[in-house]
Design a protein around this ligand. Structure first.
Ligand code: FES
Length: 85
């Protein structure tokens, strides 16, 4: 994986070239390894007494350059739909 735009604190998409495979996109926003799940949702859910935020299992069928949402407002997760703007 190579990241093109991961140094900003503004919740803009992270553009990456991914190999075909299965990925777990962070839906809760707590991962320290955005846009992918690092398991932090378990602690976040426990602290908030919630069971709502789980990672999205996502399968990419071919090597592809994609823009992955980090603001968590996209209607097409894990892909950015421009909602951050
Ligand atoms: S850390 Fe956010 S969904 Fe797992």
């Amino acid at each position: 994986m190579s990241e093109d735009d991961s140094s900003t604190s503004v919740p803009t998409p992270i553009v990456v070239k991914l190999a075909a495979g299965t990925y777990f996109w962070c839906a809760c926003g707590e991962s320290q390894h955005q846009p992918f799940c690092d398991g932090s949702h378990r602690t976040a859910n426990a602290n908030a007494n919630l069971d709502a935020s789980e990672p999205l299992k996502w399968k990419l069928d071919e090597d592809k350059r994609v823009a992955l949402c980090t603001c968590k407002r996209t209607a097409t997760p894990p892909l950015c739909d421009g909602s951050h703007g």
